[in-house]
Design a protein around this ligand. Structure first.
Ligand SMILES: NC(=O)c1ccc[n+]([C@@H]2O[C@H](COP(=O)([O-])OP(=O)(O)OC[C@H]3O[C@@H](n4cnc5c(N)ncnc54)[C@H](OP(=O)(O)O)[C@@H]3O)[C@@H](O)[C@H]2O)c1
Length: 246
């Protein structure tokens, strides 16, 4: 892919481009159509960015310690355990990440299909973030690991803190969907937004906005822009209140 900003333009490999994150970092990585929908006409994302998006999607996963996903996206049945082609696996190992990143499901309800391969075949066991009130519904015998944060609701800041301190997962990628991405942003947990803009118009129907209601809108600074096969990859730094960019 080509880096357009910061200039001058240069050819860049997606893995190299996205491995520049600090030790403790939380990225939201999502793909949108030109008219701002995170779903295609089938209600999924496959029709959006094509192979160029898949390359960046794999690179974002490859440089991450854990992959956060909302339960509704998991319930589509299309999110499997983290698997990488051999070449990316070797490069991931070379930056000190020998094991695949666990998928980390966020759910208040625990209403999940526990027979799905995400919970039965993951090389790095899937972590399920939930709250204490939901735990009577935890299925016996599952290979997934619970992370209980909060009593009646999920305490996201507490969950992220413990992913880092108890599980050693410093560099986190949140793949959405919009409800989880909004909750993460509203809680002030997001450091960077990596948005793929696919050359597609969805129009009304299956159009889904990437974010819902935000009480406070964080300041965004564009830090990089890449292009590959007509797909635009933008990166925005989110500044917390009182934080000054280097
Ligand atoms: N284009 C893209 O990059 C992209 C990426 C991902 C998903 N998608 C699409 O987005 C759609 C799904 O997105 P969505 O926004 O409806 O759902 P979502 O964010 O995937 O999941 C929402 C669910 O996650 C759990 N959750 C989220 N925030 C929580 C919090 N603060 N506390 C407790 N639980 C929380 C809840 O699960 P429970 O209901 O179990 O309590 C909630 O109902 C799908 O169509 C998917 O294809 C697109």
């Amino acid at each position: 892919m080509r880096r357009l900003l910061p200039g001058p333009p240069v050819e860049l490999d997606p893995f190299d481009a996205y491995q520049d994150q600090p030790d403790r970092w939380l990225r939201v990585g999502m793909a949108l159509s030109v008219d701002g929908s995170v779903t295609d006409r089938q209600g999924w994302t496959d029709g959006l960015g094509g192979e160029a998006d898949r390359r960046v999607f794999r690179a974002l996963r490859a440089v991450s310690d854990g992959i956060l996903v909302g339960a509704t996206t998991i319930r589509t049945g299309r999110v499997g355990p983290h698997r990488l082609p051999e070449e990316l696996r070797a490069r991931r190992a070379a930056i000190g990440k020998p094991a695949p990143a666990p998928v980390i499901v966020v759910t208040r309800s625990l209403r999940l299909d526990w027979s799905h391969r995400l919970f039965t075949e993951a090389a790095s066991p899937t972590i399920v973030i939930t709250c204490a009130d939901a735990m009577p519904g935890w299925p016996p015998g599952t290979a997934a690991h619970p992370l209980v944060a909060g009593g009646t609701e999920v305490d996201l800041p507490e969950a992220v803190r413990r992913l880092r301190t108890e599980h050693g997962l410093g560099q986190l990628l949140c793949e959405g969907g919009p409800v989880l991405a909004t909750a993460m942003t509203a809680a002030g947990l997001v450091d960077e937004l990596c948005l793929t803009i696919a050359p597609a118009l969805i129009g009304a129907g299956h159009h889904t906005r990437p974010f819902g209601h935000l009480d406070r809108r964080p300041d965004l600074t564009l830090t990089a822009l890449y292009e590959s096969d007509g797909v635009i990859f933008s990166r925005y730094r989110l500044l917390r209140s009182g934080e000054v960019q280097d």
